[in-house]
Design a protein around this ligand. Structure first.
Ligand code: G
Ligand code: G
Ligand code: MN
Ligand code: NA
Length: 255
């Protein structure tokens, strides 16, 4: 297919790709604590192609491995430069696909990138989904423990949309839980969503996990989450994902 051919070509040079960063903020203090890295493909032929379109394609065509490694390395390099200037330790989160667990030795890839960039593993957080873990249970557990040993932090992304049981959640060496934006959207009008978010926060507390509320779009979302004790927030209320130059400006204004 044509889009596949364009993607394959784009992956040879990566000229058409860039990474955007969405701030993750301490809900109480408003201080920016970290950022989620998100890949963008600006195709000469097609314009901006959504990752929702090309990531699943890349997963089917083995292109997710080079793309994933490129995002990891680019984000570590760009955030490294930035956190050196600002002199505050700063974390970056990167999304992983399930293929990256199945088709390569992920800890080796991550180690290679950390060695090349000099990035502090404690400042790197890898986001995985429940579905990814449940599909690759045994391999995933081994690799996650290996990554933990290297000092890398692990987040569970889109929490609440998958099918992992609490029992599994306890077995994975996680640091952070990200509440899916689906639950946050109607949290101030829908009592069931409110109850769900409150329950997730209570559970996360008892498992000693840090929590990020995703998809915070309004002051009301923000206030609800703060009152329920959610430490970190991400969403358009704070900022949309930004190119590194805009991200630098955003960070300066907040200091
Ligand atoms: O940024 P946006 O909302 O358009 O992202 C859409 C989806 O693509 C999200 O589920 C997001 O996690 C995923 N995505 C964005 N960047 C990456 C990436 O670098 N790697 C992987 N595996 N998924 C990504
Ligand atoms: O699946 P994942 O959580 O990685 O997807 C993150 C994506 O969610 C980002 O790429 C971003 O485009 C999108 N996003 C971030 N903040 C908001 C928000 O406040 N509202 C909505 N609708 N989408 C958001
Ligand atoms: Mn994510
Ligand atoms: Na998410």
């Amino acid at each position: 297919r044509a889009i596949e051919r364009d993607l394959r070509k784009a992956v040879q040079s990566f000229d058409e790709f860039h990474v955007v960063y969405q701030p993750i903020v301490d809900i109480k203090t408003g201080q920016m604590k970290s950022a989620e890295a998100l890949v963008r493909w600006h195709s000469a032929e097609r314009g901006l192609v959504s990752p929702e379109q090309f990531i699943p394609l890349a997963e089917r065509n083995h292109l997710i491995m080079p793309i994933g490694e490129w995002v990891l390395e680019t984000a570590c390099r760009e955030i490294q430069d930035w956190s050196r200037q600002s002199q505050t330790p700063f974390r970056v989160s990167i999304n992983l696909s399930s293929r990256q667990f199945r088709e390569q030795n992920l800890p080796d890839v991550v180690k290679g990138v950390l060695d090349r960039t000099g990035f502090d593993p404690n400042q790197l957080s890898l986001e995985i989904t429940e579905t990814l873990m449940m599909e690759n249970l045994d391999e995933a557990l081994v690799m996650l423990h290996e990554l933990k040993k290297m000092g890398v932090r692990l987040s569970i992304d889109d929490f609440g949309t998958g099918y992992s049981s609490l029992n599994y959640l306890k077995r994975f060496p996680l640091d952070t839980l990200k509440i899916d934006r689906m639950f946050v959207r109607d949290v101030t009008s829908n009592p069931e969503d409110a109850a769900m978010v409150a329950a997730i926060l209570t559970m996360a507390q008892s498992l000693n996990l840090e929590v990020v509320g995703e998809g915070i779009e309004t002051l009301e979302h923000n206030n609800f989450l703060r009152e329920k004790g959610c430490q970190l927030g991400q969403g358009y209320y704070y900022s949309r994902p930004l190119r590194i130059e805009e991200f630098n400006l955003f960070a300066e204004k907040r200091e």
